[in-house]
Design a protein around this ligand. Structure first.
Ligand SMILES: [Zn+2]
Length: 338
């Protein structure tokens, strides 16, 4: 088969490799129905994260189980499954506490921008559907694997409750899914921060009631203006830069909640500023596995369609173009079909 390898910044190749094999009795091999490029794949692609050796790329995936190791009990060949980008056993004390993304046996999924992939700890990582889903649901199901699960965590970690005013920093796929999640959790007012017309349109479609185009101090001032000078009850930070984190902390009312789900790059927090902001702060890699059963059902019942974040569909062998399109912001997120 051919698979996606990042050699160095900007150099993505689709190359021949052996098909994955069962290496441990807890592994499963999947034939992928769809995969995609993640915003976080752009960090090494842009050279903002070092690439020391060629890397197999891809951690968002769904597909049909091809083969399982001898110890796998909860999924079987022929089933359709979705898995998290974090590999977890789902049995350790950290998993039981609701944080499979920090499982004591955690690994990060790789090699999913390929026709087939090996998933370690299959029982703890994969969730099977009762029947094979119809093809038009595949993008939405794929989104649960990372961006929808992460957006859901952004809203959950910021304690979004019915009637709250929520602001979302970031209009990438995760930010848009955070809007969708806040809406599902009953937020009354959802302020999306975005300067891009197509992203603003999806944000509104997902439930945003207000759009703020300003950034930095102006963005904070605008959110305060929209919230009687107080700040939002919850701010969901879905980028991971110093600017976006400052934006989130500055736009939250005292006693409110800030969640942060974008992988931080160069973010520094000032203790004194944090002290007087007096906000709840919770974030990290999203415990997607915890949410998967619920999110899969929301998609299968057609209550939500997070698959709308995929605005470019390409065959998998054009994966290099998928990276380029996202890097140049011509696409929000690219869906790849083997
Ligand atoms: Zn665990």
């Amino acid at each position: 088969m051919r698979t996606t390898i990042l050699y160095s910044p900007g150099d993505v190749r689709f190359e021949a490799r052996d098909e994955p094999k069962i290496l441990a009795p807890t592994d499963a091999i999947l034939r992928l129905s769809a995969t995609c490029v993640c915003g976080s794949d752009l960090w090494p692609y842009r050279g903002l994260q070092p690439v020391t050796q060629p890397q197999a790329m891809g951690h968002e995936y769904c597909g049909i189980v091809e083969e399982v190791g001898s110890a796998v009990k909860t999924v079987k060949p022929g089933q359709f499954v979705v898995g998290s980008f974090c590999i977890s056993d789902n049995t350790c004390p950290i998993c039981k506490a609701g944080y499979p993304s920090s499982c004591i046996h955690r690994e990060f999924m790789t090699g999913a921008q390929a026709p087939m992939a090996r998933v370690p700890l299959a029982d703890g990582t994969l969730v099977a559907t009762r029947e094979l889903p119809s093809d038009d649901l595949i993008p939405g199901l794929l989104a649960t694997s990372d961006v929808f699960g992460t957006g859901w965590f952004a809203a959950d970690a910021a304690n979004v409750r019915p009637g709250m005013t929520v602001a979302v920093v970031g209009d990438g796929a995760v930010g848009l899914c955070a809007v969708l999640s806040a809406k599902q959790m009953g937020a009354e007012r959802i302020i999306a921060m975005s300067r891009h017309e197509t992203r603003q349109r999806i944000a509104r479609d997902f439930g945003a009631t207000d759009i703020v185009t300003e950034r930095g101090a102006d963005g904070i001032a605008r959110i305060k203006e929209l919230t009687k000078g107080l700040g939002a009850d919850a701010v969901l930070e879905c980028v991971g830069t110093q600017e976006s984190m400052q934006q989130a902390l500055g736009a939250t009312r005292p006693g409110g909640y800030v969640s942060f789900v974008g992988v931080p790059h160069g973010v520094q927090l000032d203790g004194q500023g944090l002290f007087f902001a007096q906000v709840h702060l919770h974030g990290g890699p999203a415990p997607v596995r915890r949410y998967l059963p619920e999110l899969i059902d929301l998609v299968l019942e057609r209550k939500v369609d997070p698959g709308k974040v995929f605005d470019l569909l390409l065959p998998l062998d054009q994966v290099a173009e998928a990276y380029r399109a996202m890097d140049e912001r011509r696409a929000i997120k690219t869906l790849l079909r083997p």
